[in-house]
Ligand binder design. Structure first.
Ligand SMILES: NC(=O)C1=CN([C@@H]2O[C@H](COP(=O)(O)OP(=O)(O)OC[C@H]3O[C@@H](n4cnc5c(N)ncnc54)[C@H](O)[C@@H]3O)[C@@H](O)[C@H]2O)C=CC1
Ligand SMILES: O=C(O)C(=O)Cc1ccc(O)cc1
Length: 293
């Protein structure tokens, strides 16, 4: 990997801020610039030591950069790609951290007229329910997977550079197609977030139970932590991966329908079999796992 002179992060929140801070701490670029619309917020990122310089002018932010990282909600990508196109150096690498990949690939294709060879789509499978630069953590990606979704257009040198950068931040990099990514993460990430939002809001809409949250225990807390995640981010993920998410939600609903039947029939044996199979799968693949989250 050639030494990077300048990296620009567009969207200096939890993910962009964590990436910028980690790059800075590990000295993987001479300068890390952050772009944001709000001058006070971007100066806050400088004060927190997350970026070297904060800029509110997009041209100034990207024109001298070797690598541009987009870490904004998915609904903002299309406009940003259009806005940066005139200013990005032809040899600059563009990458991102968005939670869905096909929509990002399609929106850069729309903005640039083709998928730029030096565009490398990515998704760190690391995060938390907090958002904003105050939550940035340079250790966030250590031992966590980062998925890269190159296409046949992707330049191997750009791909290697992004892969090396994430590895130097401690991440475990894997590659897959944007389509497979969206299918897998609809099931493992997007579905559980939507279930958590739905459970909390369903109970919230039952005032006859009083403050029912007063009676919740650790299980409810564990299950619904992610319902405290950012509403804009999850609105955008739901819209930008709608096909796969709707498919998995329907599959889950069908599964619940089957479970309701077993419960109504008081089919203890079938319920036990189901719970035991799920417990065994979780104990095998999640509780015992130490390599990556
Ligand atoms: N929060 C998480 O756990 C994870 C989030 N992601 C993805 O990373 C991206 C960023 O998420 P977070 O960092 O959590 O969100 P965040 O809300 O903490 O940060 C987003 C930042 O982008 C800024 N922003 C919004 N629109 C903008 C625009 N048009 N131009 C410039 N800045 C703009 C916001 O002011 C904010 O500073 C999203 O696409 C999300 O799907 C990926 C992995 C994990
Ligand atoms: O808070 C959690 O546990 C998460 O699952 C965070 C998360 C949210 C979105 C992503 O695309 C990846 C990771």
């Amino acid at each position: 990997m050639k030494p990077l002179q300048q990296i620009t992060v567009i969207g200096v929140g939890l993910i962009g801020g964590s990436f910028a801070k980690a790059v800075k701490e590990k000295k993987l670029a001479q300068k890390v610039i952050g772009f944001g619309h709000n001058p006070e917020r971007i100066q806050k990122a400088v004060q927190l030591g997350v970026i070297d310089e904060g800029v509110c002018d997009l041209k100034a932010a990207v024109e001298n950069s070797d690598l541009i990282m987009l870490a904004v909600p998915l609904g903002s990508f299309a406009q940003i790609f259009k806005d940066i196109k005139p200013y990005v150096r032809p040899d600059a690498i563009i990458t991102d951290a968005g939670s869905a990949k096909l929509s990002v690939v399609n929106s850069i294709k729309d903005a640039f007229g083709e998928i730029p060879r030096r565009f490398v789509a990515g998704h760190p499978i690391a995060g938390k329910e907090q958002s904003g630069v105050e939550a940035a953590d340079s250790d966030l990606f250590i031992d966590h997977r980062v998925i890269l979704t190159p296409t046949e257009e992707t330049d191997s040198d750009a791909l290697e550079c992004v892969e090396t950068l994430w590895r130097k931040l401690g991440a475990l990099v894997e590659k897959m197609s944007p389509q497979f990514h969206d299918e897998v993460f609809a099931a493992t990430s997007h579905l559980p977030h939507l279930l958590a939002f739905a459970l909390v809001e369903m109970l919230n809409e039952h005032p006859e139970l009083g403050n029912v949250f007063k009676y919740t225990a650790g299980g409810f807390r564990d299950f619904t932590r992610i319902a405290s995640s950012d509403a804009v981010m999850w609105r955008d993920i739901s819209v930008h991966n709608h096909t796969a998410i709707a498919k998995w939600l329907q599959e889950y609903r069908d599964y619940l329908d089957e479970m309701i039947k077993l419960i109504e029939k008081q089919d203890a044996a079938a319920l036990h079999e189901l719970f035991l199979a799920a417990k065994t799968a979780r104990d095998t693949h999640i509780v015992a796992r130490t390599d990556a989250q």
